[in-house]
Write a protein that binds this ligand. Sequence first.
Ligand code: HEC
Length: 114
Amino acid sequence: MVLLSFLISIPLFATQDDNSFITKYEYGAMLYENPRGIGCNKCHGNGKKEIILAKYRDRKGALKYIKVPPIIKISFEDFKSKLKSDKTESLIMPTYFLTDDELDSLYYYIQKLK
Ligand code: HEC
């Protein structure tokens, strides 16, 4: 019981500053790979360049590509609106349900991707 209450009292994800339990960067890194859904890295890689996820031929036989855009240069406003947008706006990218704090850390991390 003592152990249990100790575990519960740990602030799970403190993100205020770099002295917290885990840093904003670490939190962002964790979210990038495991954002309660398929990891951003699975499609966006290191976020720096356009990635061709798949090639296919349309009904007329023309070669088509499913491309994943780079995401390191996007503004925070555009980033937020994309991540909060409904599935209907994108046929490929999943819908995520991330909080503003999570989006903040995620964006912070993506800016630092190498
Ligand atoms: C299944 C593949 C896939 C996953 C996983 C994925 N994305 Fe995307 N993402 C895309 C594709 C494809 C586009 C471009 C077309 C569109 O908007 O759907 C895109 C677009 C974006 C854009 C807009 C870029 C622009 O210039 O408009 C941002 C920002 C973005 N993704 C961030 C993320 C983040 C952050 C995550 C993880 C939480 C993530 N994506 C997960 C495939 C993916």
